[in-house]
Design a binder for this molecule. Sequence first.
Ligand code: MV4
Length: 451
Amino acid sequence: MFHRILVANRGEIALRVIRACRDLGVEVAVVYSEADRDAPYLKLADQAVCIGPAIATESYLKPQRLIAAAEGVNADAIHPGYGFLSENSSFAQMCRDCNIEFIGPPAEAMHRLGNKNQAKQLAKEANVPTVPGSDGLITSDEQALRFAREVGYPVLIKAAAGGGGRGMRVARSDDALVTGLSSARSEAEAAFKDGSVYLEKYLDRPRHIEVQLLGDQHGNVIHLYERDCSLQRRHQKLVEESPAPNLPEAVRQNICAAAVRLAKAAGYYSAGTCEFLVSQDNQFYFIEVNARIQVEHPVTELVTGVDLIREQIRVAAGETLRFRQADVQHRGAAIEVRINAENPDKDFQPSPGVITTWRPPGGPGVRLDSHVVTGYRVPPNYDSMVAKLLVYQPTRAEAFAVMRRALREFMVEGIHTTIPLHCRIFNTPAFINGRVDTTFIERELLKPEGK
Ligand code: MV4
């Protein structure tokens, strides 16, 4: 096991990793920027190291500063959390070149899966269903038009280097396809320094279902079942749950088995997620791999009883997975909502500032993952998430009741949050009945007459 881990992140995930290190009896250091200087979780680590100014490109996103911090505290591993450098294969390689273990997948697997087009090719080789699409990258307008004629409109233009919806364009006609190709290319070139794009048939109102994976460095890979993350706004997830409601058991087993096949084909280890789109008629299609621990990992921890951060650290240290697939039991229903410092009535405008009242819910079946305390100042520089509220109950209906109760208990003053929006979501019949898809939030909750 490691002697000392450096947490190269901030906020709730930094606290989550500090807690896992304590539980494992591993020493832990944490980095912080000047904007996070007074963050209360810093005191829960053995050491805290300032890595630069508030602006992330000069602190949390600066590989050399993080490596220097790790060397300075004599850490033998870095936990990247999510976001920032967590999916940067060059950073992973740089850590290992400096004899510091990167707590994540191998750099080669990260590199290959980071390109969505390559990930898709790999999926096909592993016999994992993918959305009907152009075989490989699009190199001419003629090739794109030919594909669209074959599969029919609408089609979706995707950036190979993209992910989370960046560099995507829907095209419903030849004209829109040609203009969309050129704008998607320039957007991707500007954002990722890689303008390559590919095409897919555009699926109508798909669900977003992802499979949690865990692999060790000895070739063992298991899944920890699925999460439904269909409730999103502009590719920002709002609610995640497990099991996915109304998903036939046979489809569920097939999706989970497909995810494991892909991870094995990629030589993947550590924690990771395989994302799928699931059509209205329950066909599933691989879209991308998230080569990191995700925000919503506690949903899976609740339904399986596995501490994913702890296991991620163990496998990074070279240990063999402690469970076989048959040992992983899924029980009950878990739901997570993301509490963001945003004003849902003002187009989700960020709402940083001092939290004057912070009275989180508690009681049976409630878990709150948050770095916030009363008096905490939400800095304007980073992601706006201030807490993840989770509930766990034997059934989905009971989980909904506890979530409504917990949302009512939750008192926050001084900033706006997404709590009122969640109160509405959990009283919307379509969601209560598990009829969810990726257009639900914008269709059911943010339509003009709904305001
Ligand atoms: C799609 C799609 C429909 N058809 N691909 C959005 C982010 C990226 N991970 C993939 N995304 C989508 N790909 C095809 N062929 C619809 C989406 C999509 C979406 C996917 C997951 C969660 C939310 C979404 C919201 C809008 C669109």
